[in-house]
Design a protein around this ligand. Structure first.
Ligand SMILES: C[S@@+](CC[C@H](N)C(=O)[O-])C[C@H]1O[C@@H](n2cnc3c(N)ncnc32)[C@H](O)[C@@H]1O
Length: 246
């Protein structure tokens, strides 16, 4: 039963339902994928070893960045992730000589051990931290754990792409040809009400939006890039991406 549940949902944030959705949404997600690629292009860590956390099938991961590494250790709780990741990225990685090792593992619960096992590796949280509150079902604990993550990662080169808010939109950007490019911003970390309001208004936010409790993942004042993601036609996310060089 457990395996079947995981194949379908993988803790509610992965599994077959996620992959089918991602496959069908490929075109709609393309502008966000380009923004991610643009964000990662200048991120050139010294380490040739990457710990990729929550990479799933890498639906939104540019292969050009993955192939910078000699070795990638990918951690996901989803039993389908390794197979689909290899299907999507295996050939490109092989062609560039990047070795990939998959681990089916809760990488947030075991992060201190992973860091100890791989002291030279850099770390990328690949759109996983925004699901933490839903996965563990305890908002207070999730927010605290996300806030202290940067202490656990002290001295390491690491980055994250994660949901900050999500909710319904009036779909005004879709008739404009999904032109979300003009809406992405690079800003000093800001949780100020006016900043949030500006981002939400720009995507035609309606009703109450979800707060993914990732607002303190990066230290105050750290410069990050914000990008919209048309997760569903009328249900969008605001994503935040940042990289920390130790
Ligand atoms: C939104 S998806 C990530 C999408 C991925 N970045 C892509 O481009 O396809 C979140 C992924 O994180 C995984 N995940 C959630 N919590 C995790 C944890 N604690 N440890 C490892 N993986 C986790 C889920 O199984 C899922 O595959």
């Amino acid at each position: 039963m457990g395996l079947i549940r995981d194949l379908l949902h993988a803790g509610g944030t992965g599994g077959l339902s996620w992959h089918l959705h991602a496959y069908g949404a490929r075109q709609r997600w393309q502008p966000t994928l380009q923004l991610i690629e643009q964000f990662l292009a200048p991120v050139n860590p010294k380490s040739d070893h990457l710990l990729l956390i929550g990479g799933s099938a890498g639906w939104m991961m540019p292969p050009s960045w993955l192939t910078r590494f000699e070795r990638i250790d990918a951690y996901d709780i989803d039993p389908l992730a390794s197979w689909l990741f290899n299907w999507r990225h295996g050939a490109a990685l092989k062609a560039q000589g990047t070795r990939i090792h998959h681990h089916r593992q809760d990488a947030l619960a075991t992060l201190p051990q992973l860091l100890q096992q791989h002291p030279q590796a850099c770390i990328w949280f690949d759109n996983v931290l925004g699901q933490h509150r839903y996965r563990i079902g305890d908002a207070v604990r999730a927010e605290q754990e996300l806030k202290v993550l940067k202490n656990t990662l002290q001295g390491r080169h690491w980055g994250s792409l994660h949901d900050v808010w999500s909710g319904h939109t009036d779909g005004r950007l879709l008739p404009a040809g999904l032109n979300v490019w003009s809406h992405h911003v690079t800003a000093q970390q800001s949780l100020a009400h006016a900043f949030a309001q500006k981002l939400l208004t720009s995507v035609g936010a309606k009703d109450v939006w979800q707060d993914h409790l990732t607002g303190h993942v990066f230290a105050p004042g750290h410069t990050t890039t914000w990008m919209p993601w048309a997760f569903k036609t009328h249900y969008w996310h605001w994503l935040q991406a940042g990289w920390v060089s130790a």
